[in-house]
Design a protein. Structure first.
Length: 62
């Protein structure tokens, strides 16, 4: 929940594409993208994400 005296505005008039602080080109407003948090994903989407992760490699430290 936001504080009532929040300084940020959600109705800012921004023209796209724009460049973010990492100098990446942003084509559209990311605030309106689908929520991609793990707990909100369907089981099939979770399995797809997990299958694309790299394998862990364990090295013997000597």
């Amino acid at each position: 929940m936001r504080h009532p005296h929040e300084r940020r505005s959600t109705d800012a008039d921004t023209s796209f594409p724009l460049e973010d602080s990492y100098h990446d080109l942003v084509m559209e407003d990311r605030r309106h993208l689908i929520d991609r948090r793990l707990e909100n994903l369907a089981m099939e989407e979770r399995q797809t994400l997990l299958s694309e992760m790299p394998w862990l490699t364990f090295y013997k430290l000597c």
